[in-house]
Structures are given as C-alpha cells and as structure tokens.
Ligand binder design. Structure first.
Ligand code: 6PG
Length: 243
C-alpha cells in the first residue's frame, strides 16, 4: 500500500514527518518493545531531525527503546561536512537522550568499504535478526531518481543478496548503502521529498510512466511493509491529481 501525504511547505513537512515518526516509534515499542529507524542523509531530513529534537516533541519519542541506523554514508570521516552521520548528529543525535550503544554509524572512513559494508550487515543481523527488519527507513530522492546511495549506475550492485554494500557511483564516488532487499524488508519506508526541483522525479517515481526506465527509488517495494511519500506541495505539484 502506498500513501501520499502532502504538506503545504517545508516547515509543515518537517512537522508532519516528525509526528509520523513519533507515531510509528510508539507503535513499534508497544508491539515489540523497541523501534529501529534508518536515517536518511542529504539535506531534506535535517528539518525533520531538528523537529524531533525540539523541546515540544523530544519527549514524545521512546528514545530509551530506539535503535538508530543509517541508510547510507559517504566515504568520508564522521566529522566531515559531507558526512550523513555528522548532519544527523548535529540536528538530532547530540540533542536527544540516546546512548552511544543505540547509534549505529556506517564507517564511511574505512579504507576497505566492502569490509565496512559486511561489518554493517553483521551489525544489522545481530541487532535485528535475519532478515534485518527495520521498523522505519527514511529515504530521500535525488534528481537522478537515486535513493540512499542506490544510484542508476550501481543499481545492479544493490539488488542483494547482501543487506549492505559498497558502491562507486560515477557521479557521486564511493558510498556505503543499504541494498534494495533491506529496504524491502522494512515495516515502513518513508520518502521525504521537498522542493519544486523534485517535481519531475516525484512524478516518475510515483506514477512510473509506461516506457520510461524505472528510477532506483521506484524499485523500493516493501514486501509486507508500508510505503509512504511525505511531500511538500512543490514536490507534489507534478502528480496527476496535483495532490
Ligand atoms: C545522501 C542521501 C541521498 C539523499 C538524496 C536527496 O547521502 O545524499 O542518502 O539519497 O537522500 O540525494 O538529497 P536532498 O535531501 O539533499 O535533496
């Protein structure tokens, strides 16, 4: 089942995304005693992370029962300006009561990224079981239709069976990323997308026009989980119903 939720603007999108995550987190803890989330990188999620860390919302999250993972990471040190971990640490992780044992960083700085990918897959299995079913995976979409670090030129390397892989995209260089099977195993996948510049890619990912090659983001199909697109009005404007 695919839900599309449209917010008026980026601020409202961040608020709705934070509320959505809080609701799923409390449901997961009530059902299974814990909540596991894979955070997205890039720039869009920052405002949502800041909302989750805000005094108004911070205490609504079950942090003591939350495990934080990452959807992908650049091949940089964790304090590098391009690091997805650094963005999440500054916007969220340093500002909420999460112990270091609950935060699972991808080691983008590793000289052997394939080994770092295998290490992260072992960590997922150890914490979440086999297959590693994340409760919620937060994703963004790039202009070329990529998600996490599943870029068009490396899709085949991201089809599994590994849960995590290292890729080298011609456009974006070396990365670590969860693979399509790991995204498919999630209980809930949420695409968080904002801005008029994403209008066309949103249309192609959601409406999948006949005769056009599927973008990597369109290959994210939760097996039994839910798929939700959280969009601002600008990003949703290209959809047939102009949601
Ligand atoms: C990354 C992300 C990537 C991101 C999209 C959208 O490492 O950059 O994992 O998949 O979500 O590129 O990025 P924006 O939110 O900055 O548009």
């Amino acid at each position: 089942m695919t839900d599309i939720i449209t917010a008026a603007d980026r601020v409202e999108l961040a608020r709705q995304a934070a509320s959505f995550i809080i609701a799923r987190a409390n449901e997961a803890v009530a059902a299974r005693g814990r909540f596991s989330i894979a955070l997205a990188g890039g720039s869009t999620p920052r405002a949502t992370y800041q909302q989750l860390a805000s005094p108004a919302l911070r205490n609504l999250m079950p942090w003591a029962h939350t495990l934080v993972f990452f959807g992908d990471e650049r091949a940089v040190a964790p304090d590098h300006p391009d690091s997805n971990f650094r963005m999440a640490r500054e916007a969220l992780l340093d500002n909420v009561p999460l112990g270091p044992e609950s935060i699972h960083r991808m080691r983008g700085e590793a000289t052997d990224l394939a080994a770092a990918a295998a290490e992260y897959a072992d960590l997922l299995r150890e914490r979440l079981g086999e297959p590693p079913r994340l409760d919620l995976v937060l994703l963004g979409v790039g202009d070329d239709g990529h998600t996490a670090s599943i870029f068009p030129d490396v899709v085949d390397a991201c089809r599994g069976p590994q849960w995590v892989t290292a890729v080298v995209s011609a456009a974006k260089g070396p990365r670590l990323t969860l693979t399509l099977p790991t995204l498919a195993a999630a209980r809930q996948v949420v695409f968080l997308i904002a801005g008029a510049d994403k209008r066309e890619v949103v249309r192609r990912v959601i409406e999948r026009p006949a005769g056009e090659p599927a973008y990597p983001s369109a290959l994210v199909q939760p097996q039994s989980g839910a798929l939700t697109f959280l969009l601002d009005r600008d990003a949703a404007a290209g959809l047939r119903t102009g949601r």
